[in-house]
Structures are given as structure tokens and as C-alpha cells.
Design a protein around this ligand. Structure first.
Ligand code: FCB
Length: 497
């Protein structure tokens, strides 16, 4: 069976293993797991958020001094204003405007209107007590066609955002690429074209020069694996391609782009730190057969080591290269010196954890735990502990930041206007506890960013899945702090659970 067919089957297996009904049941179970009753007051831009009247009992789980609690977003998912101030088109504009691609025909044209409401959103962050905010910079706002002279109005927007964060004592953490590739570069071959990595390094350099004095932490490429799998294997993310051979060449060029951006920062006089943002999936055998163990090992290669070994050890994993075969476009596309660029020393690793994967001897994935509203997400907090300790064990004591972890919930305002997302509170509490245990066992974890600050455009799912701590009423753009936001504020105050 070709790799392509095999992977399609894996995808189908993952899809068929989920059901919305089961997801809801899973959440209800988690909710019942003992959350203290609390009254949640309406918050948002107009009224300052009230505290919970009945915070959770103190579990005595404190994080290290200086631990930074934060929240994350990305440009295309929240900004809107896609045609303003000289912004060019991205692959996500094209993709979301293609009929049939996005649930309900949604687009990011308006999203959470953050481009216009960023000052109110900054106030929300301050009211929550965030110490760190992870956002992304829209490449087509900075270079409409992906190269050449920067667009000053685009840079000015991020300058205002970053200044506003500092004014509120919140540390900016900027991602350079969260999937919104300028369409003009896609037209020239996108990430299949090695040149795109060079263009990315130039763009990174422009951004470093403009904002580098105010941004202490940079993340290069968000989840290269998702671009590879969702964008180029399954085709349900931009650019909507289904070509496995192209996909792994894309994996290489995305990592080359990462390495070149690291080198660009080092070549500047800036002192900021930089690293990759990887979504890591702990992989477990579905049963105790030798076949499952072997299949799990290779699956781990594709999911994790394909990105970790290259960046931290300077070599792609041999089992994955063997599986791809010597004729694959990726294997043929790696040039002398590329791995040296890709493994340019980084200052930190950003880990994004959502789900474990269970692999059968036939290389299918199966579900062991309840899923969330996102069919691909099994709720398994232990996976957070496992992936953090594994990374530290296998790749050394590089400082780690969690840049995404969260849960979509069927959030609806109640009659009193409050949003009671008790399932999200339970989810976060269990994952924070797992992260705390990892810290106790020696993982150098320095910060944790919940995905997401705001409800937003969840890619192919449009606006149907709500991932925010803050509810967005898209019709009025009013923000309402959910119960989880109030709860999170207490966690931050306490620096733990
Ligand atoms: C991650 C993405 C992020 C968001 C969450 C739910 O894979 O990086 O933009 O969509 O999933």
C-alpha cells in the first residue's frame, strides 16, 4: 500500500473514530469531576470583569516564581480587516473564499475584528492578569506579495500592539508564521518552492528590525506538521493540496525557513530569544502486540521526530527517511548544509499539546479517550506530562513554553448573559496539574499559553467551534468573559492550582 493510501486510511480512521455525541458525553463526564460552584459575572469591553465569588479550593500546586501565564491567538483567526492598510492576500483568504472549503462558508474577513478592537482586547488581557501574550504577525500585512519593501502601516499595527502589551506589563511573544502565506508566494510554488524559505528569512529580518527592540521571544513557524498534513496531505486546510510527495518536501522547506529565521536573528544585534512552535502528539501502541509497537515507533517519527530530531539533533530520523524512500521529493530536496541551518541553536521550544494518538499494528489510529467537539482531540491530560518529560529526556534541558493547549466547548450565553464553560475549566485544571507534575520531575517549563484568548475563526470549522476564554458575540463583537476566564484569573493570581 502506498504511503499516500496508508495515510488517507489513517485519516479516515481518525475521523470515523469520533462522534459529536460521544464528545459531549466525554465533556459532561469531565465536568462532573468536581468543579466548585461559582457565580460568573458578565465581563467584557464595556464592564470591568467581576471576580468569581467562589474560587476553587486551593490544591497547593504552585508553579515556579516568575512562571508566565498567558493566552494565544493568531492573526488570520482574530484580526479581520483583510483588505485594510495595504494588506495583501494570503492563502487563507483564497481558501476560505473557495465555496465548500469552510463550514458554513465562513471567512476571516471580519473574524473577531481585533485589528480595530485591539486596545479593548489588551484591556481584557490586563484584567485577566496575563503575563504573556502569544500572537502572530500576518506576513501579507508586512509584505503584500511576500517580498520587497515592507508596508509601514502593517508594521505600525504590530508596534501599537506590542507597545500596548508593555504598557500593561504583558510580555509579547510573536509568531512569525501562523499559516497565512502571501498568495503571491503560493502562486510561485508556495512551500514546495525552496525560494519561499529565503523569502521568509527576509520577511523575518524586516520584522526583527521593526519590532525587535520590543519583542523578547520569537516563534518561527507554527506547527509545520499541520501545514504538511492538513494543507498538503488531506487538503482541508489552505492551500488545499492532496499530494503526499509534495507534503514532505514542504516539511523540509518549512524547517529550512525556521533555521534561516533563527540565523537572521543571530545576525542582528538583537538579544531576543527564538524557537520553533511544534504540535507534539505522544504516540502509544493501541495494544501490546509487537506490530503495534513497531507501527507506533514509525508514527512517532512522522508526528514528532521529523521536526524534533532535525532541529535539535541536526538529522532527520532514519526510519522516516527509509519509509519515504530515496526517490521522494523530500529526500531528493535536502541539500548539503540544510540540516546545519535547520539545527541552528534555539533558545527555547514551544510545545503545543492537544491530543494523544494510539496506533495499531496496521498503522491505523484508534480512539481511547472521549473526544471534544474537535473530532481529532482526545481528552488525555497525562499526555501533557508524557510529552513534556519525553522532550526533556530525549532532547536535553532546552527551556520549554507551552504555546497552545485548550478545548472547544458548545458555549452559549445563559439567560443572565454569563457563559458557563465548566468543561473547559475541568480540562485546563487537569492539564495544568499534569504540567505541574512535569515541572516537579525536572522539565524546565517557563510559561503556559491557553488556546485561545478569544473565540475565533477555527480554520476549516469556521466559527462553529469556540475555543476562547472570552466569548465573542460575532454580530455585535461584544466580548464576554467565560467562567474559565474568571477561573484562570484566580489561577494566575495564585500562580497555580
Ligand atoms: C492549532 C492551531 C491553532 C488552533 C488550534 C485549535 O493546531 O495552531 O491555530 O486552530 O489548533
Amino acid at each position: 500500500m502506498s504511503l499516500l493510501t496508508r495515510r488517507r486510511l489513517l485519516r479516515r480512521a481518525a475521523l470515523s473514530a469520533t462522534a459529536a455525541g460521544a464528545a459531549r458525553t466525554g465533556l459532561a463526564g469531565a465536568t462532573a469531576a468536581g468543579i466548585a460552584a461559582s457565580t460568573v459575572a458578565l465581563g467584557g469591553c464595556d464592564s470591568p470583569p467581576e471576580r468569581t465569588t467562589d474560587p476553587e479550593p486551593d490544591r497547593g500546586l504552585r508553579f515556579p516564581d516568575g512562571f508566565a501565564w498567558g493566552a494565544a491567538t493568531s492573526a488570520y483567526q482574530i484580526e479581520g480587516a483583510t483588505k485594510e492598510d495595504g494588506r495583501g492576500e494570503s492563502v487563507w483568504d483564497t481558501f476560505s473564499h473557495t465555496p465548500g472549503r469552510i463550514r458554513n462558508g465562513d471567512t476571516g474577513d471580519v473574524a473577531a475584528d481585533h485589528y480595530h478592537r485591539y486596545a479593548q482586547d489588551l484591556d481584557l488581557m490586563r484584567d485577566l492578569g496575563l503575563r504573556s501574550y502569544r500572537f502572530s504577525i500576518s506576513w501579507p500585512r508586512i509584505q503584500a506579495d511576500g517580498s520587497g519593501r515592507p508596508n509601514q502601516r502593517g508594521l505600525d499595527f504590530y508596534r501599537r500592539l506590542v507597545d500596548g502589551l508593555h504598557e500593561r506589563d504583558i510580555a509579547p511573544m510573536a509568531t512569525l508564521f501562523h499559516w497565512d502565506l502571501p498568495q503571491a508566494l503560493q502562486d510561485a510554488g508556495g512551500w514546495e518552492n525552496r525560494d519561499t524559505a529565503e523569502r521568509f528569512a527576509e520577511y523575518a529580518d524586516v520584522v526583527f528590525r521593526a519590532l525587535g527592540d520590543r519583542v523578547p521571544v520569537w516563534l518561527t513557524v507554527n506547527e509545520p506538521k499541520t501545514v504538511v498534513q492538513n494543507g498538503y496531505i488531506w487538503g482541508h486546510h489552505a492551500p488545499g493540496i492532496r499530494d503526499e510527495d509534495a507534503a514532505y518536501l514542504v516539511a523540509h522547506h518549512l524547517q529550512l525557513a525556521h533555521g534561516l529565521a533563527v540565523q537572521a536573528l543571530r545576525a542582528s544585534s538583537l538579544t531576543g530569544r527564538i524557537g520553533p512552535a511544534l504540535n507534539l502528539h505522544p504516540c502509544y501502541p493501541a495494544d501490546d502486540s509487537a506490530e503495534s509497537a513497531a507501527a507506533t515507533r514509525l508514527h512517532d517519527g512522522y508526528e514528532n521526530r521529523l521536526y524534533l530530531d532535525s532541529i535539535f539533533k541536526g538529522a532527520y530520523p532514519q526510519d522516516v527517511l527509509d519509509d519515504l524512500g530515496p526517490d521522494s521529493r523530500m529526500v531528493r530536496g535536502v541539500r548539503d548544509g540544510d540540516l546545519k541551518i535547520i539545527s541552528s541553536p534555539v533558545d527555547l521550544l514551544a510545545v503545543q499539546y492537544y491530543t494523544p494518538l494510539y496506533v495499531t499494528g496496521a498503522r491505523d489510529t484508534v480512539r481511547k479517550w472521549p473526544t471534544s467537539e474537535a473530532e481529532w482531540q482526545q481528552i488525555y491530560p497525562e499526555g501533557m506530562y508524557d510529552i513534556l518529560t519525553r522532550v526533556t529526556r530525549d532532547y536535553g534541558r532546552v527551556p520549554i513554553t507551552i504555546t497552545e493547549n485548550g478545548l472547544p466547548c458548545p458555549d452559549v450565553p445563559g439567560p443572565d448573559g454569563t457563559v458557563d464553560d465548566a468543561g473547559r475549566v475541568a480540562f485546563l485544571r487537569d492539564h495544568f496539574a499534569a504540567a505541574h507534575r512535569a515541572v516537579g520531575d525536572g522539565v524546565p517549563l517557563e510559561s503556559y499559553h491557553v488556546w485561545s484568548l478569544l473565540d475565533n475563526f477555527e480554520w476549516a470549522e469556521g466559527y462553529e467551534q469556540r475555543w476562547g476564554l472570552v466569548y465573542v458575540d460575532y454580530a455585535s463583537q461584544r466580548r464576554v468573559l467565560k467562567r474559565s476566564a474568571h477561573w484562570y484569573r484566580d489561577v494566575i493570581r495564585r500562580n497555580g492550582l
